[in-house]
Design a protein. Structure first.
Length: 265
């Protein structure tokens, strides 16, 4: 991987890739550089067969303060065409995270604001310190959370997403868990242990099965289970049951042993 200026990568022996946003002076606010580096990193890690899961974190006091003020000032002075290209790059980066074939987990401490909330929502799951706070803050600056909107709706549902966007209220970790923005809240000194426990659960599962889950669930939505959806799910499980990973999983279960994909643990 190339050397980055705003992002650090640690490859753990168990297959976890730890991506840490490293702009503590601006509370890990993102600009063109960090957006490009996140996009490139998730693209590369998604293709890497040695990677089992990706942990997204931020160094320092806060997870991410959202958009960098200098970046926003440049955007305000730019043309609509330049702003469109900029927004498309941000949208593509969030999609890259959301569509990563590996499980993704956000580790949230301090504040997650604006686009920082978008990063949390784009990950499959999130664990927060009980001191963390969240705000979909764009409307306070006379703009709107457009690009992060679909990911916010996917995470918390339409009505809660609308409330968070319209009010720009800052909510605490407990409320963030209640609405589904994060899945677990723990004391600050237990954050790393909770993250490691969830990663251990992820590593105990079949990597190909997890990729299939992400691909299938991206095609599902709340509502009626139509004939097309039933056929999609039937076709998917019928195909996956015949894979080498499924055979190994059944054999390990019946043999009362761990499957081969846990050998690195």
């Amino acid at each position: 991987m190339p050397a980055w200026t705003s992002l650090d990568l640690e490859r753990r022996a168990d297959g976890v890739a730890v991506l840490t946003m490293n702009r503590p002076a601006v509370f890990n606010a993102f600009d063109e550089v960090l957006i490009a580096e996140l996009d490139a990193a998730f693209a590369e890690l998604g293709r890497d067969t040695a990677v089992r899961a990706v942990l997204l974190a931020g160094t320092g006091k806060h997870f991410s303060a959202g958009a960098d003020l200098q970046w926003m000032q440049r955007a305000a002075a730019a043309s609509q065409d330049d702003n469109l290209a900029d927004a498309r790059r941000f949208s593509a980066m969030l999609a890259r995270i959301a569509e990563c074939p590996k499980p993704t987990l956000a580790r949230v401490q301090g504040a997650a604001l604006g686009g920082g909330v978008g990063l949390v929502c784009a990950c499959d799951m999130a664990i927060a310190s009980d001191a963390a706070s969240f705000s979909v803050s764009e409307a306070r600056m006379g703009i709107l959370p457009a690009v992060i909107g679909p990911h916010l709706v996917n995470a918390v549902g339409l009505r809660e997403a609308r409330r968070l966007a319209l009010t720009a209220s800052r909510i605490g970790a407990a409320e963030a868990q209640r609405v589904g923005l994060v899945q677990q809240v723990v004391p600050a000194d237990g954050l790393d242990a909770a993250v490691d426990a969830m990663l251990a659960d992820l590593l105990a599962c079949g990597p190909q099965a997890q990729a299939e889950i992400k691909q299938l669930y991206a095609q599902l939505a709340p509502g009626s289970v139509t004939a097309e959806v039933r056929e999609l799910t039937a076709q998917t499980i019928a195909r996956v049951r015949t894979t080498a990973e499924a055979r190994e999983g059944f054999a390990a279960f019946l043999g009362k042993r761990k499957p081969h994909w846990t050998s690195a643990e």
